[in-house]
Design a protein around this ligand. Structure first.
Ligand SMILES: Cc1cc2nc3c(=O)[nH]c(=O)nc-3n(C[C@H](O)[C@H](O)[C@H](O)COP(=O)(O)O)c2cc1C
Length: 229
């Protein structure tokens, strides 16, 4: 009996290891491809930054992205809206097996170790918050950022990328949080990338986002809820 139990335990550990190995390999490949796109976008942004016609930007895009997909989308939104990009880094959730297991075990937390821990958004009118979905909820780093931030009189747009599904009640809780921090409006924008192994490319992700949203205005959530199912 004990032998059977141990064999079952070993089989489960083996399955978890194989899943983690395959998933993290796919994530590494995606991150490498996204890195190239993001470097290009940053160079472009640097050029814009130093142009003579520069004026203060009133939109910020704050993003946490583990494997670069939400990051590519955040860069695209920033380029479209001429916004500043602020990247949140969470060392606990770096690419690789350890980061993946940490991400899975912390997925529903509303706190995380992030750098920077605080960003002053007082000079912006609109703040986009980009994050992947982890276990149906926005990832902990973006909750941590929202917890830390004064959104008084800001329009807040939560932007998520995910594979297949999120749960609306987590989004409602996120909205309640940013409104409790002073936000005067909240919108949720998202792109479903498809299941692991048959996901859309980063270019298709951007295209899909543009088809769904006119980024020049703040959308409401009407008509969007059915797509995730
Ligand atoms: C720990 C973990 C949990 C995840 N949970 C979900 C989930 O519940 N629903 C979903 O559709 N995708 C889920 N995903 C997939 C990510 O949301 C998706 O790949 C996302 O686009 C990754 O964005 P990034 O490249 O910016 O990190 C999960 C990914 C990880 C690492």
């Amino acid at each position: 009996m004990i032998r059977l139990f141990l064999m079952l335990l070993l089989a489960l550990a083996l399955i978890l290891f194989v899943v983690a190995f395959v998933v993290t390999r796919i994530e590494n490949a995606q991150d490498a491809a996204n890195h190239v796109l993001r470097n290009h976008a940053l160079k472009h942004d640097d050029l814009k930054h130093h142009s003579a016609s520069e004026k203060p930007r009133n939109v910020a895009v704050v993003v946490f992205s583990r494997s670069g997909n939400t990051g590519v989308l955040a860069d695209h939104i920033a380029e479209t809206l001429d916004a500043d990009v602020h990247e949140l880094v969470a060392n606990d959730y770096q690419l690789g097996m350890v980061g993946w297991i940490n991400a899975l075990s912390d997925a529903r937390n509303d706190f995380a170790d992030i750098t920077p821990n605080h960003i002053d958004v007082s000079r912006y009118d609109t703040v986009y918050l980009g994050s992947p979905i982890w276990l149906y909820s926005p990832a902990p780093p973006i909750w941590q950022f929202a917890n830390n931030t004064d959104f008084t009189n800001k329009h807040v747009v939560l932007v998520n990328t995910f594979n297949s599904q999120f749960k609306q009640h987590f989004i409602d809780e996120f909205e309640a949080l940013v409104r409790s921090k002073g936000a005067i409006s909240f919108a949720h924008q998202y792109v479903k990338r498809g299941r692991m192994g048959s996901q859309m490319s980063s270019q298709e992700l951007i295209q899909r986002f543009d088809e769904k949203y006119n980024t020049k205005r703040i959308n409401d959530r009407a008509g969007e809820r059915d797509e995730q199912q």
